[in-house]
Design a protein around this ligand. Structure first.
Ligand code: GDP
Ligand code: ZN
Length: 296
């Protein structure tokens, strides 16, 4: 049996069948033995061992440990989040960007900041804001699905990774996916709203294989529910530029809020930490604290 044990990735799951991809081969698989007995929930993105069972068919024998897990929609092993915003129409919502960054950090998924529609804006205007994120250590791309600027760079980043595009609707996520992988032919614009691509939370996710290697999740990947599980003292670690300041705070438990002698607040004063990053932190902190109060 060991001999024909193969490894693949579950890219689609429908009522009892799992489509497992290995290289260019796609097999329709069922759960087997112990996995079936314990009703183990295999999820899109799972790496599995399987055995061949017939023409184009196989049996999943084992699910390998997950490195990350997104809940809505359920996808395992996503390792990169392309946080997509538009340079214009709609304008960048930095509060939402920070929220996505926190969720990505918390889920241990590497974020990339991708600003689309740069054909519609003056790049000089955005530079000071984007420079803040680059200094923190996040990769920032400026692209245009329309003119093709930066698309090759984006393609390179997607290579061999499992990526999810997240961002508000209308920023051009579907257009970008079509630009990096013309074969996908995703519907864009108003039509995509009408046919309900926006109602992604009720749908199962699917992994779309990229010709150059790697996968993208076919639905926008983060819902905002994950905060329910985050404790207030965990939030401060999701702001990378706050982490190395903590040692300078008077209290090691400092939440950088009402505490005196706080190195983070000092850094905001001196301009070392961007004021809107601090503001978005306080807003999320309040939200998390309120959620906790409701729970107890
Ligand atoms: P999604 O909701 O994030 O998937 O956004 P869509 O891909 O559906 O795009 C929303 C609208 O923005 C559509 O009308 C696109 O044609 C337009 N759009 C997308 N990318 C660009 C771009 O780079 N430049 C310009 N000018 N318009 C774009
Ligand atoms: Zn502090």
């Amino acid at each position: 049996m060991e001999k024909n044990r193969l490894t693949g990735v579950v890219i689609r799951a429908t009522s009892g069948f799992y489509y497992v991809q290995t290289g260019a081969r796609l097999l329709s698989c069922k759960l087997r033995g112990r996995l079936k007995q314990i009703r183990y929930s295999v999820c899109v993105g799972d790496h599995v061992h399987y055995s061949l069972a017939g023409e184009g068919e196989g049996n999943i024998e084992e699910v390998l440990p997950r490195e990350s897990f997104l809940q809505r929609p359920e996808v395992a092993n996503v390792n990169q989040a392309i946080l997509t915003f538009a340079a214009s129409q709609p304008q960048i919502n930095f509060g939402l960007l920070d929220r996505f960054l926190v969720l990505a950090e918390y889920s241990e998924i590497s974020p990339v900041i991708c600003i689309n529609k740069i054909d519609m804006a003056d790049p000089e205007e955005l530079r000071p804001f984007l420079a803040v994120y680059e200094k923190i250590g996040y990769p920032v791309l400026q692209v245009s699905a329309k003119t093709g600027t930066g698309i090759q760079e984006l393609q390179k980043l997607l290579y061999e990774k499992v990526s999810v595009f997240a961002g508000p609707s209308g920023v051009g996520k579907s257009s970008l996916l079509n630009a990096v992988e013309p074969g996908l032919q995703l519907v864009t614009g108003e039509l995509s709203q009408k046919i309900g691509r926006g109602k992604h939370t009720t749908r199962c996710a699917e992994l779309l294989p990229l010709a150059g290697g790697g996968f993208v999740v076919d639905t926008p990947g983060f819902s905002l529910t994950e905060f329910v599980e985050m404790a207030p003292d965990e939030l401060r670690f999701q702001y990378r530029e706050f982490r190395d300041k903590l040692a300078g705070c008077h209290f090691s438990s400092c939440l950088h809020h009402r505490e005196p002698q706080c190195a983070v607040k000092q850094a905001v004063q001196t301009g070392d930490i961007a004021p809107w990053r601090y503001d978005s932190y306080i807003e999320l902190l309040r939200e998390i604290q309120q959620t906790q109060q409701r729970r107890f």
